[in-house]
Design a protein around this ligand. Structure first.
Ligand SMILES: [Zn+2]
Length: 416
């Protein structure tokens, strides 16, 4: 208890400059890896990893055999909480790789603390003043090292700032939909929205330029942006300029990793030269979602109802349905007329609908008496045979209840 208290307390509020350094480590979570700066601290009697950090990066944790409470000096349990879990995480420091074991705790200042157990295990030679770490023990040269035995520490301020960036980067990907804007010139203007509901932000010229009739010019904005994760920026014309002055925007797509200056290519389709003044709104910036898809070659394409018909043909495709509710299907095929429907999957709207079509009378069910003797296969059109396993003979008379959220509900309107 005393040791744990000392370890946490010392490392979190220390002022002795010469018994700790910060070093870049790479931790391998179960799904991804993260590069972060850890503190190597000879005053810490345990090796710690932050609890929140563990869950954020999918570090595998296991329940400790004994729960260890961390106490403050006055005897109250620490806000860092009891140590209930340990984490075993593959960790790289330079070319030194190991499977590190950490005590999982709520750490306010560092994501990772490498303390005495780690120092004893690897016995690196550390020049605390110079921030030089050399892995030279027999264990390290035999098991841990791939290449160079020397790693250099990172100045503490720098290391802490980098850690904050890692934290911020993750927070941004999940929640923050804002666009980061950096001014490259003090006079540059941050893009503004014309109205609260405008799709785009207006971009401002940071130079004056004449766009000749039937010509184009590149206009500087002196800003660079980082769009929210999963989006890209598109530079579109402002409708007023397009209509009144026939000014269009060319080459408007900016890749999400483009961090250079936004330059707007203005094309003048009109017969009069167009004067852009510094501070004019010249285009709009719209962020659009990206679906991160890769191309791969196939021999045949999945068949769709649209097929090879071109523009303006129907937007529906063949139903891609994993499970249809027995009830819905039953209702559908128990109709006694010859007009029935066909399931259509509308990709654009992501919903399945029933469209009325005339199908062969053999497929429609004519008489209730007859129905009981008919095999399910005969009742169901061939194109739906792959879904037969969701039905049972029983269901012709006894239908299972609709399971909301599981079954697709297909409502057939009367008279359709
Ligand atoms: Zn080692």
């Amino acid at each position: 208890m005393r040791n744990l208290y000392a370890a946490l307390n010392n490392t979190e509020t220390r002022d002795n400059e010469n018994d700790h350094i910060m070093v870049q480590i790479r931790l391998h979570g179960t799904k991804r890896q993260v590069t972060i700066n850890a503190i190597i601290d000879s005053g810490a009697t345990e090796d710690f990893i932050d609890k929140g950090f563990c869950s954020k990066y999918n570090m595998r944790t296991t329940q400790a055999k004994t729960i260890r409470e961390v106490y403050l000096a006055d005897g109250r349990p620490s806000a860092m909480g009891p140590i209930t879990h340990t984490a075993k995480v593959p960790m790289d420091i330079g070319s030194h790789r190991e499977l590190a074991t950490f005590q999982v705790a709520k750490l306010p200042n560092h994501p990772v603390i490498l303390g005495m157990p780690w120092l004893k295990q690897h016995s690196p030679r550390i020049d605390w003043g110079q921030g030089k770490i050399t892995f030279e023990s027999q264990r390290c040269t035999t098991w841990c090292l791939k290449e160079s035995p020397t790693v250099y520490a990172i100045p503490e301020d720098e290391a802490r700032e980098e850690n904050l960036k890692v934290e911020f980067g993750v927070a941004q990907s999940k929640k923050d939909q804002r666009i980061q804007v950096k001014k490259l010139d003090t006079q540059a203007k941050i893009p503004t929205r014309g109205s609260a509901r405008a799709a785009g932000h207006d971009l401002y010229a940071n130079e004056s330029k004449t766009i000749p009739a039937r010509g184009q010019e590149v206009v500087a904005t002196e800003i660079s942006i980082t769009p929210p994760r999963g989006t890209y920026g598109r530079i579109a014309p402002r409708s007023g300029m397009a209509v009144k002055h026939q000014i269009a925007v060319n080459a408007g797509v900016m890749d999400s990793d483009y961090t250079g200056e936004i330059k707007v290519v203005l094309a003048n389709m009109g017969e009069q030269a167009y004067q852009v003044k510094r501070g004019d709104r010249i285009a709009q910036l719209i962020t659009e979602k990206i679906v991160d898809s890769n191309c791969y070659e196939v021999q045949t394409l999945e068949e769709t109802t649209r097929g090879r018909q071109g523009f303006g043909s129907t937007g529906t495709s063949k139903a891609q349905i994993c499970e249809i509710s027995a009830k819905a299907f039953g209702k559908f095929y128990r109709r006694s007329d010859t007009t029935t429907g066909i399931l259509k999957y509308n990709k654009k709207e992501g919903r399945i609908s029933l469209e009325s079509v005339n199908i062969s009378t053999e497929l429609a069910i004519k008489s209730g008496k007859y129905e009981k003797q008919r095999k399910l296969e005969e009742m169901v059109p061939r194109e739906y045979h792959e879904y037969l396993n969701v039905f049972e003979e029983e269901e012709k008379t006894e239908l299972s209840p609709h399971r909301p959220g599981v079954d697709l509900e297909i409502k057939q309107e009367e008279g359709q």
